[in-house]
Design a protein around this ligand. Structure first.
Ligand code: MRU
Length: 373
């Protein structure tokens, strides 16, 4: 396929095939392959194996996935329909634990079913279709707004360091951490982007670098342990990363290694920005230590990407997929509604009810902008 990766939807719904359509990210950058998935087991596996990944993208995939599950439910009475819907929802929700967008999107879908209690399942399926597509479309608007707010923090020509992939491939379009770069490109701005390779699954080298190069950005891939040198050399003006769950106090879970970048950035006096749609803020979790961190298979560390296993057989492997960056290391959290700064809990509360925000709402309508840029 010679098409530019940016012109292909990361996640979409194929109306004709009645299927979830995703770019298989495990094949990138070597091969651009679109998968059409209809079976729940395949959708679960696609999320679990990171064929579709990144917090916003898995939320959208799960919303479409649970709609497809609903289509297959034959029960004609509301009670029977809801029981089977709930089971399908819980199944998809168990595919990955850390990114809150997954349960956020599935809860939104469930609320549609509950709002039509007692009604005909055939009619409810139509509402579920529309909600899934709304979640998808909203993601584009939200990410663009994050890009707009993030862009206000950088200048043309800046060096930006990013970790993992929180770009278009992690969302429907634009992404979060890379949205300012995409938006800047649309406006003729040039950035120098340093992509941490992001061991062990190499989302930085395989995905962010691919996406940035496709956007015509000056892109440099570095191993994770080179970030310090690049910062010391004065090549980085700002760090932009995404996140999977933000606790009420602003502690942030993101791809393993993110906290190391934050510590380095603090040492070198470089601003460290976390970009997050408000759907990623989980006010039910007080602090980062309460965020469930996914642990993945040992083979990702010892075997993947190597011709032969590179660690002795007799060793243990620790493979947490995420780590938590303490809020004290974060310069600001860039959301679709504005740039939040410490104290985060207060700032988030001023944003209101995140789970119901239509993206087109004005920024922080309450007018409590004291902690916002
Ligand atoms: O394991 P992954 O590839 O799903 O991890 C993705 C990340 O850590 C991203 O930075 C995060 O989901 C934000 S995506 C906008």
């Amino acid at each position: 396929m010679s098409e530019n990766i940016l012109s292909i939807d990361t996640v979409s719904f194929d109306e004709e095939k009645k299927a979830l359509a995703i770019i298989d990210q495990t094949k990138l950058p070597g091969k651009v392959e679109i998968l059409h998935l209809t079976r729940q087991e395949d959708i679960f596996e696609a999320i679990r194996l990171l064929r579709v990944r990144g917090a916003p993208a898995i939320g959208v995939a799960a919303a479409i996935g649970v709609y497809l599950a609903a289509l297959d439910i034959g029960e004609k009475d509301y009670g029977g329909f809801y029981a089977r819907f709930k089971k399908a929802k819980e199944y998809l929700d168990s595919s990955r634990p850390t990114a809150v967008n997954l349960s956020w999107a599935l809860n939104r879908m469930e609320r549609v079913v509950l709002a039509h209690k007692g009604e005909n399942p055939a009619a409810i399926k139509k509402f579920l279709h529309d909600e899934a597509l709304d979640i998808r479309d909203e993601d584009v608007r939200v990410c663009r707004a994050i890009g707009e707010n993030g862009l206000s923090l950088v200048s043309d020509g800046d060096g930006i360091l990013t970790h993992c992939n929180a770009g278009q491939l992690a969302a429907v379009k634009y992404g979060t951490a890379l949205a300012p770069v995409h938006l800047g490109r649309e406006r003729g701005m040039n950035f120098r982007v340093f992509c941490d390779e992001t061991r062990p699954l190499l989302q930085g080298a395989r995905l962010s670098a691919f996406e940035m190069a496709a956007a015509g950005v000056d892109t440099t891939v570095i191993c994770d342990n080179m970030a310090g040198v690049v910062m010391k050399n004065g090549w980085v003006n700002a760090c932009f990363v995404g996140c999977d769950r933000v606790a009420a106090n602003g502690d942030t879970a993101n791809k393993i290694g993110t906290s190391c970048v934050a510590i380095l950035a603090k040492h070198y006096g470089i601003p460290f920005y976390v970009c997050a749609p408000t759907s990623t803020i989980d006010m039910s979790v007080k602090e980062g230590k309460d965020i469930v961190i996914e642990e993945r298979g040992a083979e990702e560390v010892t075997e993947m990407w190597y011709r032969e296993r590179m660690a002795p057989d007799a060793v243990k492997v620790f493979n947490p997929a995420f780590d938590v960056t303490d809020n004290s290391l974060i310069t600001a959290i860039v959301t679709e509604f504005g740039v939040a700064r410490a104290p985060y809990a207060e700032c988030f509360r001023n944003m209101g009810d995140f789970s119901r925000f239509p993206a087109e709402n004005a920024l922080f309508q309450s007018g409590e902008k004291s902690t916002l840029k």
